[in-house]
Write a protein that binds this ligand. Structure first.
Ligand SMILES: CC(C)(COP(=O)(O)OP(=O)(O)OC[C@H]1O[C@@H](n2cnc3c(N)ncnc32)[C@H](O)[C@@H]1OP(=O)(O)O)[C@@H](O)C(=O)NCCC(=O)NCCS
Length: 177
């Protein structure tokens, strides 16, 4: 059994990543990633993730300025467990609703401590990318994410109410120095 670690996306994790994607789809997440298309050319998908074209993905592309994003995967024993995306800077949308760091653990691996691990391990990467204080934004009802962010040292800043287009958000700053 190996320890969990963050890696760049790689074809080595294709099978477990696609299994996880099916789990995400069941939760209505990442529906824009079509499993059969990715299966057909996973190498191209990985290459695209590593080119750091950046955030935002669909559906905001046309009206939000893109920023570079580094994507890493949490893996353990050769299997994909979760994703952490680190945006190199903020745009107006990320300042309110996205933050610098977004993390997700595949549904079947939640509640085992990997949420804390993935965020904790992302801190030095954010630091390496030049981020001294990382913004994290989270829905006020997302108790698990709030707990992870606070456990990793996130400091509460403010709470934004829901708008017609966007959900409510609590905003936290995480020291990455
Ligand atoms: C948030 C998320 C990453 C947490 O992952 P996880 O692997 O379940 O997290 P952990 O196992 O490390 O649990 C973190 C803590 O939250 C607690 N927790 C979990 N669910 C909880 C809930 N509903 N209410 C209160 N606390 C909860 C756990 O008990 C644990 O605390 P502990 O270590 O003190 O016991 C996961 O739920 C997820 O991927 N959600 C969807 C994406 C998301 O919301 N990302 C965050 C937005 S940036």
């Amino acid at each position: 059994m190996s320890a969990s670690k963050l890696v760049r996306p790689s074809v080595d994790y294709q099978e477990s990543f696609l299994e996880a994607l099916a789990e995400y789809h069941e939760k209505n997440r990442y529906l824009y990633n079509d499993i059969s298309l990715l299966k057909g050319d996973f190498k191209a998908f990985v290459k695209e993730l590593k080119t750091e074209h950046g955030y935002p993905h669909q559906p905001y592309q046309e009206w939000v300025e893109p920023v570079q994003e580094t994507v890493t995967w949490l893996v353990k024993d050769g299997k994909y467990i979760g994703t952490v995306d680190i945006r190199h800077r903020l745009n107006w949308h990320l300042e309110k609703w996205g933050g610098h760091i977004h993390f997700v653990i595949r549904p079947s691996m939640r509640g085992m401590g990997f949420g804390k691990k993935i965020l904790f391990k992302a801190i030095p990467i954010a630091n390496y990318l030049g981020i001294d204080k990382a913004l994290l934004t989270v829905h006020p009802d997302n108790k698990a994410a709030l707990h992870v962010i606070e456990s990793c040292g996130g400091v509460f800043d403010d709470e934004l109410p829901a708008t017609d287009q966007f959900p409510a958000r609590k905003r936290y700053w995480l020291d990455c120095t």
